[in-house]
Design a protein. Structure first.
Length: 155
């Protein structure tokens, strides 16, 4: 399976029924994507496939298409991602941090398509990403802050 992972060509040799999560972690050493529940319920394993969030714990390699672009937390570095990371730090979102790679990628996907999200937009986009520490109010505030940062003129 040939994919573009974090902007670079990669060939995965795992069996077609292997979840993308394990191919990323075990085959490519990209350990920022976390195993949480194994049932696509918590969002810890979220990556972007062609810009859209997917749960890698239940996405077998066979479900991907040759040339798909996969972005993990290690490669999440475009302008939107930078604004999200800056806002996350300014609002001090993180507590334990385990869910954060999935949270950051879901927020990046949201703001890539909607630069002025309402609270409801944020809640809908982030609903599949659980945080055991309960940082949801700070996550929402950080997404609003990232949207504001994206509107500022670049220096």
């Amino acid at each position: 399976m040939k994919l573009i992972i974090n902007g670079k060509a990669a060939e995965l040799r795992s069996a077609p029924d292997t979840p993308l999560l394990w191919a990323l972690r075990d085959e490519l050493g990209l350990t920022g994507t976390k195993f949480g529940c194994g049932a696509a319920l918590c969002g810890a394993c979220t990556v972007l496939r062609n810009g859209q969030p997917i749960r890698t714990c239940v996405t077998p390699l066979a479900a991907l298409e040759e040339g798909d672009r996969v972005t993990t937390i290690e490669g999440n570095a475009d302008k939107v991602a930078q604004a999200v990371k800056q806002a996350w730090q300014a609002i001090d979102v993180v507590q334990c941090g385990y869910c954060q790679s999935g949270q950051l990628l879901a927020a990046t996907a949201l703001l890539s398509g909607n630069t002025k999200p309402s609270d409801q937009d944020i809640d809908n986009a982030m609903s599949g990403n659980l945080c055991r520490c309960g940082t949801y109010p700070r996550i929402r505030a950080a997404i609003h802050e990232a949207a504001r940062l994206l509107k500022e003129p670049q220096a």
